[in-house]
Design a protein around this ligand. Structure first.
Ligand SMILES: [Zn+2]
Length: 599
């Protein structure tokens, strides 16, 4: 028997070893990990951004043949059970049950402790009741022409979208859902816990908590319904009391701080498009998805939390905030941007016209206009800096101080030292102050981490990874040409001499001409005037056997990384020297585009 103490201390939980083995055999670790981490194949291994620590360059690796994962950054690692434990925050027995479910392996029920069995059956029951309620609300919408007209005509929703998001209608009246649930035999206590029903404090009467409201079921992985968002129907006179939006309370299956509306249906698109669009409300999610942006999500009746940010970071490196064009929306954007930046995400911001939300904007201006706004959205820092400058223009020193104050939290939230450094340089130039002044201001309360020191480069030496790739090109041209092409790395060499040699090698490969070390040296000599000592050392490097065979794709990754850092440093220099504010802004935009690039 495979036995482990339940981490919650409920007693010894035992699973037959053959059941564990059977799950391991049937489950594909690539698929399980791939649901939350975007994996790219590199030879035998799969690489992705680690879901357990904040990073922008993949150091998280999965070996499907060994059934293991490992992160070189935070040293997390283990098998598929460990992965599920860590990711879902569950104990080993729960991970076994989750994976057994997916693998279709029948676990003997007596292996659960009585408490665990009770918990599991309760969760099953709660999900089943929410599903029944959602189906009921859907049916009620079909019978409520006013509500349907509001959704289709006033809000412009299509019938398909209504069906896809399972949007429903809770009719006015106190006993509709209560009667339905009783008739289906669902326990009242469960319905109270889920917030579907309420109990009047005086008489203890049971009543429908959601009445006269449009219902948005909130789905979690697996398409299960964890809770509901409900919008008040302003056209129903009888029931105008209550807030505009009502949400399910926290329950054993509904955790507000981590659930995002739209995440379940949008998960795959978010991973593919490498970005999520954060909007304010349920209708905004539906409207944005209908406009052809399926990566839209919203927090459900709560401000964005670090848990939300972490959930998103597992799927994509970038979030585009697209909140309402009003003061509340702008304030929410600022807070969200700060939080998302501090969790290591890139943040861009869509500025909607005053009074518009993404849904209304798409309807008035068309889906293409919304897409364009999203695609061209400036980085959060650029936008807030521009706003702060506009607000305090002509305010002299005091105005500049206010503008600095406005962007300070955003700059401090950037995790990567080099990226923060470039942002500081750009902001200083745009504010017309010295970098040192801004830096001093930024560190007045919190100490600023020291920027990464520039790597010491000896004159006439070449970046190791670049000579390495040139050697690889000489050995297996087809492979290297393909790898460089696939990852858009052909022009990413910082040494002009090596770039010239690579260019010559690529051309030779494509035209079927021969290419060898002497020809590579020739190309380098033509591009750059190299002295004899350098030539000798180069010749030596190129003919030397490579000490250890580094993976080609790892080399390309290092190349791209170095290229990005080099480009950022160059941009920083240009920003520091540029006097034209318009050019500075353009350079800053270019820098944010570079920063958002994930290698
Ligand atoms: Zn890690």
């Amino acid at each position: 028997l495979f036995s482990l103490r339940d981490s919650k201390g409920a007693g010894l939980v035992q699973y037959p070893a053959e059941k564990i083995a059977e799950i391991r055999d049937r489950i594909n670790i690539e698929q399980v990990v791939g649901r939350s981490v975007r994996l790219t194949r590199r030879g035998q291994r799969l690489l992705g951004l680690c879901p357990f620590h904040s990073e922008k360059t993949p150091s998280f690796q999965v070996s499907p043949d060994k059934g293991l994962y490992h992160c070189f950054g935070c040293k997390a690692g283990g098998d598929v059970f460990k992965f599920v434990q860590e990711l879902e925050g569950v104990d080993f027995p729960q991970a076994v049950r989750l994976l057994a479910d997916q693998a279709g392996v029948q676990l003997p029920q007596e292996d659960e402790s009585p408490r665990q069995r009770e918990e599991r059956t309760k969760r099953d029951r709660l999900f089943a009741m929410n599903d029944a309620a959602a189906t009921y609300y859907e049916k009620m919408l079909d019978r409520a022409p006013d509500a349907m007209r509001y959704l289709t005509e006033e809000r412009g929703l299509t019938k398909i979208a209504i069906k896809e998001f399972r949007i429903g209608w809770a009719p006015p009246g106190w006993q509709n859902l209560a009667d339905f649930l009783a008739q289906k035999g669902f326990p009242v206590e469960d319905a109270l816990e889920l917030g579907l029903l309420g109990r009047s404090p005086k008489e203890g009467r049971i009543y429908d908590r959601l009445r006269g409201r449009v219902i948005f079921p909130i789905e979690v992985p697996g398409g299960l319904i964890a809770g509901f968002g409900a919008r008040r129907a302003d056209w129903v006179d009888t029931d105008k009391e209550g807030p505009k939006y009502l949400n399910s309370p926290e329950s054993p299956i509904y955790e507000k701080s981590s659930i995002l509306y739209g995440l379940h249906p949008g998960r795959d698109e978010i991973r593919k498009r490498r970005r999520a669009i954060m909007v304010e409300g349920y209708l905004d999610v539906v409207g944005t998805v209908m406009a052809g942006l399926p990566e839209a999500v919203a927090a459900c009746g709560t401000a964005l939390t670090p848990k939300h940010a972490k959930t998103l970071r597992r799927l994509a490196p970038e979030v585009i905030c697209c909140y309402d064009g009003d003061d509340a929306g702008r304030e929410a954007t600022r807070k969200a941007a700060e939080l998302l930046l501090s969790e290591g995400l890139s943040v861009r911001v869509v500025e909607l016209p005053e009074g518009e939300d993404p849904d209304s904007f798409a309807q008035k201006q068309g889906a293409e206009s919304l897409k364009k706004l999203v695609d061209e959205a400036p980085s959060a820092i650029d936008l807030f800096l521009r706003r702060a400058r506009a607000a305090h223009a002509g305010g002299g020193v005091a105005g500049t101080t206010k503008a600095m104050e406005a962007v300070k939290p955003l700059i401090l939230a950037i995790k990567d030292p080099l990226e923060r450094d470039v942002s500081i340089a750009a902001c200083a130039r745009q504010l017309g102050i010295g970098e040192a002044t801004l830096r001093k201001h930024l560190s007045s309360r919190e100490p600023l981490p020291v920027p990464r020191p520039q790597p010491q480069t000896r004159a006439l030496s070449f970046p190791v990874v670049e000579t390495e790739l040139l050697k690889l090109l000489l050995e297996s041209p087809a492979e290297v040409v393909q790898a460089l092409g696939e990852r858009a790395a052909r022009n990413a060499f910082t040494s002009p001499a090596i770039q010239a040699a690579i260019d010559a090698g690529v051309v030779a490969h494509e035209t079927g001409a021969s290419f060898d070390a002497p020809r590579a040296l020739e190309a380098m000599q033509r591009a750059v005037d190299l002295d004899e000592a350098t030539m000798t050392s180069l010749r030596q490097t190129l003919v030397d056997a490579r000490p250890e065979k580094e993976d080609l794709s790892a080399c390309v990754t290092r190349l791209l990384k170095a290229h990005k850092e080099h480009a950022l440093r160059e941009l920083k220099k240009r920003i520091e020297q540029e006097t034209n504010p318009d050019v500075v802004r353009e350079l800053a935009q270019e820098a944010s585009r570079l920063m958002a690039m994930r290698i």
